[in-house]
Design a protein around this ligand. Sequence first.
Ligand code: NAP
Length: 311
Amino acid sequence: MKSSQPVIRLGLVGLGKIATDQHVPVLAASPDFDLVAVASRNATLEGAANYATLDDLLAAPEKPEAIALCQPPQVRFAAALAALEAGLHVFLEKPPGATLAEVALLHDAARANGVTLFASWHSRYAPGVEPARRWLEGRQIRSVAIAWKEDVRHWHPGQDWIWQPGGMGVFDPGINALSIATHLLPPFFLTEAILSVPSNRQAPIAADLVFRDRRNTPITVTLDWLQTGPQTWDIQVETDAGTLLLSKGGSQLGIDGEPQPLPPEAEYRGLYDRFAQLIRSGTCDVDLRPLIHVADAFLRGERRRVAAFED
Ligand code: NAP
């Protein structure tokens, strides 16, 4: 059912894996958005006006009011700036950019043009995250252990950009863990990092990170892209009043081993509800904290060369 508010006409750039898996089906059911246009060099969508480039889309007489940018982070800045300067509201897939400064510049451009910029973090909308945040309120956190271990060959077959500078390697999924952690925990900062970089690649395939907060609470993060078999996306928080385990990327929650009832998965529905709310209230949501921690790992981390990686 469409919303009682005017529906927002939206374009999408980069019709690849995440656009096809999540954006397109979620938009088809969205009460707030109509997906009216797509700009993609090698793909088209039935039912939308199709363009090869964003410039062509922006030059069309019936421009959309908003755009979702689903290309790899290294090429998103120019598209985002062009869209903001054309007066469109912009949804950035995660991570919001390849550098911190470019995203800050986009935030300024959004404010200057009176439009919304939304730096999305889909994992924050996993069903266990809000209940976990509420449970942690008022409890004393003793330690946090995050393990994000998955099989890159399964999840990113043939995606060369993730291994290039700005692609972030294992931090492409790892930043999802950091997006949840920055939402759940008091502010923390990196003290140590080891980045394991394959001899034939630019970006890490594994990383071990140690963070602390102002109370010296240890927060460890293990990222690994070579895990076959069952995949691990876990955040375990030890508190003065029990242990919280957020697992399967935030879709399951256990308290002292007891599974908690949760609503069904609706991460991208949550993102588009939020984008509509931001547009209608004339505000931006640009939280850089997950990207700051990744940048700090690249700034502060020790590099270890490891075996070459072949797809
Ligand atoms: P992808 O399928 O490799 O790329 C998306 C599309 O971007 C491609 O189909 C391509 O469309 C366009 N593109 C690729 N390289 C480009 C380049 N150099 N210049 C211009 N356009 C280019 O990537 P993805 O997995 O969907 O990921 C895209 C973003 O979403 C990433 O930031 C990722 O972290 C995030 N994300 C991914 C997932 C996931 O499960 N894959 C989940 C959540 C978020 P055309 O060739 O047709 O132009």
